[in-house]
Design a protein around this ligand. Structure first.
Ligand code: MTE
Ligand code: HPA
Ligand code: MOS
Length: 771
């Protein structure tokens, strides 16, 4: 690839037609051998209890039941914790959340298996469950010791500032609601080997955990994933389904399929971390933050899972796009009796960013300045104010340009004053507008995870077979990596075959996560291609006596100056001359380092930037709200496939909109979830997407680092563009009190919460007038 030659190839997702026609094969669609049987999991009906007795006699007698497994069938490690222990497959004595798996059955059909598990007789000794962050804080129930990070002297700065504000703010949990639920299909092979199909973002961890559970070597377990129907972080861990399925397969010696019912899926799998932030801030007349102290507490659920990394990412994004000279953040990782909270698009970064955006918004409203001004005043700059609270110098800052550009493009100023006029004239309907920035760091903050592998074969007919460690979850990584490979070989896209991800082909992979799948695996695939090209070029040069000429791969030819070789025939010739046409490839991200203890270093290879303007109308009598218009400008670097990036930006935004305004999970005080089906848990529907939705990729975008195609990922960052919807709603609420009061509004801003916030303002008005 010459320096300025970037792909910019709009093409549909490789499976687009199959997705819409139903031909795309998911785990549950795989052809089953004749003797396949079906699993179901028996769940705890208590959130916190000692198991006194599990009587499964009626379960065993139930129609169609072939086998039952309990913790006594696990010969090896009874835990699916990816980093730390704490997630037993079946607990030994103690139940720690409502819906915790306690046993499983295999039966002749899924329906019979599901019927059978309901016949268990379990006696418990009740313990008091801890459900909320507040409850855990009161009881000091933490998974890790609270930690503190600090830069400068925020206490002194706050004391000396002209203005001070204090407050607290929460953001809610979120259910992943992937279209394809958790599913696995395990086929026993000879010598205790197992072929595992699983709907997972992390085949390598699935392989290792099953091996450990069986006390077998990893080389006896082969995990294959063609695609998954969405993961969004919910399949980065959550290995319970695959492990239980494998356990049933081993015990029965038969192929077993285990597909969770949607309700069970919501009941037993972990979700996004709810966060509470308590802040104290000092600032000047312009709203510039002089000192900030924040206490961040998150609801981690019953075990560590990925909570340490997720909270760390929250701490790393507490600045969002703002330079904060003096800052202290304390962090509590609360242990509660709900399913272990887990990865979800944004991975804690979004929760940290919402905490600072709340502070910025409140500062603006307190000073009665348009929040856009306060945001701009606090932004990181290029040559000064460019070092983060963890000591990383930001070298690729484009937030000022993006913000300015979007402010003009969206006509923000004019609309801002029109909205003020509208609100003066209208009593019940109120409008609000907000513009918010995104700066999101790319790389796994656990440095060793930033590696990837690939395997590329060229067959003698010139067709290419591509395998890499990344998972296709709908985001289009396979399409983009095939585009990169085809481009590098000068071949049409359809000559590159995309294959299933398979632990036997590329070993020791990281989860497809942290928005890094294409960056890492694409680079590994190009590394494999480069090695094959080297073999080919050496052969051609020697045979045809070509010296010091660089090869160009274009339109199915390999060109050295004025000599041209048709790709297909030169491949055949190379084969006959015993030249290797296959290679593995590897990549590890350069430059990054991070000392987790000292909280210092360069955890991110680069940053993604974007901004969004949202305009809403709220009905002050019902709390209902309409998202009238959204304008987005997002930095995707030099996008490999702009169509797929636009899809990620739109989808990410709407998922964020759901998190901040629609989706609400609820647990009863006994730890039972009440929002466990589509009738009680609402995700955004077509009617919720913005009426006007103007999404643009930042034209001047380029990745300063050596990332494939100089692109920037669009996996997670666009989710946070939806912060603008929340603050637009808050702006509309503020108008009820003629912008004289700072609304008290937590996320999600559901109609009920909006109404309550309005009522608080109305009460404040009454109180003021009464005096
Ligand atoms: N897009 C679709 N369609 N389905 C998904 O499950 N997951 C998101 C994002 N976009 C997801 C998605 C999350 S959480 C991540 S980390 C990235 O995609 C992972 O893919 P990438 O690394 O290729 O961006
Ligand atoms: N993002 C997503 N997944 C992860 C990370 C991260 O930063 N670290 C460990 N798993
Ligand atoms: Mo994404 S939350 O890193 O799977």
């Amino acid at each position: 690839m010459s320096k300025e030659n970037y792909i910019n190839d709009v093409r549909p997702h490789d499976s687009a037609y199959k997705h819409v026609s139903g031909y795309a094969e998911y785990t549950d669609d795989i052809n089953e051998p004749k003797n396949t049987i079906y699993g179901a999991i028996g769940l705890s009906k208590k959130a916190h209890a000692i198991i006194k007795k599990i009587d499964l006699s009626d379960v065993k007698k139930s129609e169609g039941v072939i086998s039952v497994v309990t913790q006594s069938d696990i010969s090896g490690r009874n835990d699916v914790g990816p980093v730390f222990d704490g997630d037993p497959i079946f607990p030994d004595k103690k139940v720690e959340f409502f819906g915790q798996p306690l046993f499983a059955v295999a039966a002749t059909t899924t329906e019979l298996a599901r019927k059978a598990v309901l016949k268990a007789k379990i006696t418990y000794k009740d313990l008091k469950p801890v459900i909320t962050i507040k409850d855990a804080l009161n009881k000091k129930q933490f998974l890790f010791k609270p930690r503190k990070i600090k830069k400068g002297n925020p206490s002194k700065k706050i004391k000396n500032s002209k203005y001070n504000l204090k407050g607290n703010f929460t953001t809610g949990s979120q259910e992943h609601f992937y279209l394809e639920g958790q599913a696995a299909f395990v086929i026993p092979k000879e010598d205790d080997n197992f072929l595992v199909y699983s709907s997972t973002q992390h085949p390598s961890e699935t392989q290792q955990l099953i091996a450990k559970m069986f006390n077998q070597k990893s080389n006896s377990i082969n995990v294959e994933v063609r695609r998954i129907g969405g993961g969004f972080g919910g399949k980065e861990t959550n290995f319970m389904t695959a492990c239980i399925c494998a356990l049933l397969a081993k015990k029965t010696g038969q192929p077993v399929k285990l597909r969770l019912d949607r309700d069970d899926d919501i009941i037993l799998t972990g979700k996004r971390h709810e966060f509470l932030s308590e802040y104290e801030v000092g600032f000047n007349d312009e709203g510039i933050i002089e000192g900030l102290k924040i206490n961040l507490s998150s609801n981690c659920g019953m075990s560590p899972d990925l909570s340490a990394a997720i909270n760390e990412r929250a701490l790393l994004h507490i600045d969002n796009a703002y330079y904060i000279s003096d800052i202290e953040v304390t962090n509590n990782l609360c242990k509660t009796n709900i399913p272990t909270s887990t990865a979800f698009r944004g991975f804690g970064g979004n929760q940290g960013m919402m905490a600072i955006e709340n502070v910025i918004d409140n500062i603006s409203r307190y000073l009665k300045i348009d929040p856009i001004q306060v945001r701009k005043k606090n932004f990181y700059q290029k040559d000064k104010k460019n070092i983060t609270h963890y000591g990383m110098t930001i070298e690729d800052n484009v937030i000022n340009e993006i913000f300015k550009n979007l402010e003009n493009k969206s006509n923000y100023k004019k609309r801002y004053s029109e909205i003020k006029k509208f609100n003066e004239k209208n009593k019940f309907k109120k409008k609000g507008i907000a513009i918010t920035p995104v700066k999101f760091g790319i790389s796994f903050t656990t440095i060793h995870l930033n590696q990837a592998g690939a395997l590329v074969h060229i067959y003698t007919d010139g067709s290419v077979y591509l395998n890499h460690g990344g998972i296709e979850m709908g985001q289009g990584t396979h399409t983009k990596i095939a585009q990169l490979v085809a481009n590098s070989l000068g071949l049409p896209y359809n000559l590159v075959h995309i294959s299933s991800t398979n632990t036997a082909k590329v070993p020791n992979t990281s989860a497809s996560a942290a928005s890094s799948t294409t960056d890492l695996n694409g680079a590994a695939a190009l590394n494999a291609v480069a090695k094959i090209k080297l073999n080919l070029e050496k052969f051609i040069k020697k045979k045809y006596k070509i010296y010091n000429q660089e090869a160009i791969y274009k339109d199915q030819y390999i060109i050295f100056g004025n000599r041209q070789f048709e790709f297909k025939s030169i491949i055949q010739e190379a084969y006959l001359n015993r030249i290797s046409l296959s290679s593995s490839g590897f990549y590890s991200t350069p430059k990054i380092n991070f000392d987790k203890k000292k909280f210092r270093g360069r955890p991110f290879y680069y940053f993604c930037y974007g901004a969004a303007v949202s305009e809403v109308t709220i009905d002050t009598l019902t709390g209902e709200n309409i998202l009238e218009r959204v304008d987005i400008l997002h930095d995707a670097g030099k996008p490999i496939n702009p169509a797929l990036e636009l899809g990620q930006i739109e989808g990410g935004f709407v998922q964020g909109q759901g998190w901040l305004t629609i989706e609400e999970l609820n647990w009863k005080s006994n730890g039972q979830i009440t929002t466990f089906s589509p009738s009680t848990y609402k995700i955004p529907a077509v009617s919720d997407i913005p009426k006007k939705f103007n999404v643009e990729i930042f034209k001047d975008g380029i990745n300063k680092e050596k990332v494939v195609n100089k692109a920037k990922t669009t996996g997670e960052p666009p989710l946070m563009l939806a912060m603008s919807v929340f603050y637009a709603i808050k702006d509309a609420v503020a108008s009820v009190g003629n912008y004289q009061f700072v609304p008290e509004l937590n996320a999600p801003a559901t109609p009920e919460r909006i109404l309550m916030s309005i009522n608080k303002i109305k009460n404040k008005i009454k109180k003021k007038n009464g005096r």
